[in-house]
Design a binder for this molecule. Sequence first.
Ligand code: AMP
Ligand code: MG
Length: 417
Amino acid sequence: MLSVEEAVARVMAQVTTGATERVFLADALGRVLRETVVAPGPVPRFANSAMDGYALRATEVPGTLEVLETIAAGGVATRIVGPGQASRIMTGAPVPEGADAVVMVEDTRVEGDRVVVATHARVGQHVRPLGADVREGEAVLQPGTILSPGAIGLLATLGCPSVRVAARPRVAILSTGDEVVEPGFALGPGQIHSSNTHSLTAQVRAAGGLPVDLGTVRDDPRAIAEAFAAAASVGDLVVSTGGVSVGDFDHVKGAIGSGMDFWKVAMKPGKPLAYGRVGGKPCFGLPGNPVSCMVNFYQFVRPVLRAMTGDPHPFLPVVDAHLSRPVKRAPGRVEFLRVALSRHDGQLLATPVGGHQGSGNVRSMAEAHGFALLDADGTVIEGHVPVQVFDWSFEAASSPGYRWGSGAPEVGEAGCC
Ligand code: AMP
Ligand code: MG
């Protein structure tokens, strides 16, 4: 049986980066940049004032100066500032020729058409020089950058209305099983609601993909084979759930057929994983057990999806945490233990959730922030463990609140405005 490491390496070795598209800045948040952004000009474009005040020659103050004009942001100076002179200037307005400093208005006093400056000034004071932030021709953003609000602001500053990013990979999602019914429909005897379709849809979306839900196929070999072919024609990736084990009605392996690369990985939960190609598209037959399905998505599908976008860091981040209690286990396979994380005195505490941690224990996934990664050997695990994190909400929950605040914020009464 393949180890997780070998399986991940096999799957990742076959990834090719996907298509790109140009999007407006309004749609760029969180997308993966697929071009080098070179500044077409300097930022600031012109030396401008960082304060409301007076533009003058630093050597002229303290002193009383003649006021030539007022320069607003968006305006231009019409006068050169000479000895004994100053121009009133607003924040963001171009610094006039002749001036080499700005004195803030709070340090001045107007006397008729003159200004009295009581303070000294330093050359360059309160002046934002041309190109101080970005030089013309400088490469400011590299391919693979995940576009943040700050990066989007920078693009806008440079005058770029749109940007080239990775297209969201389309992930065709297929559920299988005669017992599986969509939430919202009444259950007959022996039936269950499909959790996997919806957890996978959310996982795909959270990973920056475009989920295409193709519904549930009955446990019939032909129907499943046809559904896989259809899925491969609509998705850049195909992900199915269920029907991949050794049961009498498990037909996913047959549907992948000669395109199968491997089946079964030495991991717990999630052993029955089929990977291969259908119609040239990477295809993952994930187990039907809800936890196994989610674990396998995070280990194999998510990294592939991220790598397709050109993300240079396609794997979930791993942090060091302290297990809240020793965990007993049967050695043999690496294990993904669902843990809730919390921070105490700067250290992360990992608390196993969901009782017995069975592969069908859906609730454990709702309570977990990550997987403690347990090596294949060892029967009792305690102390420090690496934890793969998929939910960072615990950081805010463990935080004492706002740095300068006094604890919990005041929340207004419902209905008040
Ligand atoms: P299977 O891999 O098809 O043998 O399914 C393993 C277990 O997962 C069974 O208990 C199934 O009922 C359950 N299962 C399969 N598909 C889903 C699904 N879409 N949502 C929730 N549970 C499922
Ligand atoms: Mg099944």
